[in-house]
Design a protein around this ligand. Structure first.
Ligand SMILES: [Zn+2]
Length: 337
């Protein structure tokens, strides 16, 4: 089977090219940037990650279809994660590209610009709330050691609102899909039947929930609502930011809803077994990734993702009246009602 991470520019619809860019040292392997031909040049949906080779990879892929990165006049970014946003800074500096990012990403980006650090402070807080201060300390030290590069993090030119944006000859409708991040947008080309889904819908994995700075709120509850909202819109060809393109966006949204309902049921069963439990305790009873790995086999970063994912599920059980929570200095303890 064709490997979706193979470099190049691949036409996925009339005038729309998928350009996978490598993600060194990251389990996701690559991020798909989508290049759209316009009358004035090119517009991108997502920019990719500003690594040492990111721009060169983009340029060489575009050269393969007779185009250049200097033709990029606009970048529409689905969310503020580094693998989607940061290469846009470079495209603006070198070629004057305008950057649009969802308005809902502003609080997270502003907080990042203020703390000037790679420490995921909100996730660290959730680890404390999950009753795992040891892991919180490990993550703080590990991420605090990564140098913060201000050239990767600047404000966009435009804070995008929901609704239609004219991009060359097409209309992209920006649709709020909070969950993966609070201000996540997908871009829906209704006329062509295309959904530029960012990390809202990924073909083989379920996107992480609430890995961003700012208020925690109820990220999984928001995500499940966003999946339902996707189903209420016309179906479209799924163009994900990670993984092979193709298939029905509706079919994948339905699978992801089912996946989370199964996870919620497994979470209920784990709390039932433990009586009263912190998210850290529940996370150790669940299995992780598609390969159903034990918590003990995950690295520290993925333990953080797993624990935050668990507390997000527990928070939804509380919101649904299925569980109650009592919090003290040692964290939040959940029990079934
Ligand atoms: Zn991503």
């Amino acid at each position: 089977m064709h490997d979706w991470t193979e470099p190049g520019a691949f036409e996925v619809a009339d005038g729309v090219f998928r350009v996978p860019l490598g993600m060194p040292g990251d389990g996701l392997e690559a991020v798909n940037v989508y290049a759209l031909e316009t009358l004035d040049g090119l517009a991108l949906v997502d920019a990719g990650w500003r690594t040492d080779t990111g721009l060169a990879e983009l340029e060489s892929a575009l050269r393969g279809i007779g185009r250049g990165a200097d033709e990029v006049h606009d970048v529409y970014v689905t969310h503020v994660h580094r693998d989607h946003y940061t290469l846009a800074m470079e495209l603006r500096r070198r070629f004057g590209a305008r950057i649009g990012l969802g308005r809902g990403e502003a609080p997270g980006l502003h907080q990042l610009l203020e703390i000037e650090s790679n420490v995921p402070v909100t996730s660290v807080q959730q680890l404390h709330r999950s009753g795992d201060p040891e892991l919180a300390a490990v993550i703080e030290e590990m991420t605090g050691a990564i140098e913060y590069d201000p050239a990767s993090w600047e404000k966009p030119d435009t804070w995008l609102s929901c609704g239609e944006h004219a991009v060359g000859g097409r209309l992209l409708e920006a649709v709020a899909t909070p969950g993966h991040t609070r201000g996540h947008l997908v871009f829906h080309d209704l006329a062509a039947g295309l959904l530029f889904a960012g990390d809202h819908l990924l073909p083989t994995i379920s996107p992480s929930i609430g890995f961003e700075l700012g208020e925690w709120d109820l990220p999984l509850g928001d995500y499940l609502d966003s999946l339902e909202c996707t189903l209420e819109r016309p179906d479209a060809l799924l163009l994900p930011a990670h993984g092979a393109p193709g298939g029905s966006a509706h079919a994948r949204a339905t699978e992801l809803i089912e996946h989370h309902e199964t996870r919620l049921a497994e979470t209920v069963a784990a709390v039932d077994r433990l009586g009263s439990a912190t998210a850290a305790q529940v996370a150790r009873l669940l299995t992780w990734t598609r390969r159903r790995r034990a918590y003990a086999d995950l690295d520290d970063f993925n333990r953080m993702i797993a624990t935050c994912e668990t507390i997000a599920h527990l928070d939804v059980l509380v919101a649904r009246g299925r569980a109650v929570v009592a919090a003290d200095a040692a964290g939040a303890r959940f029990s079934l009602v």
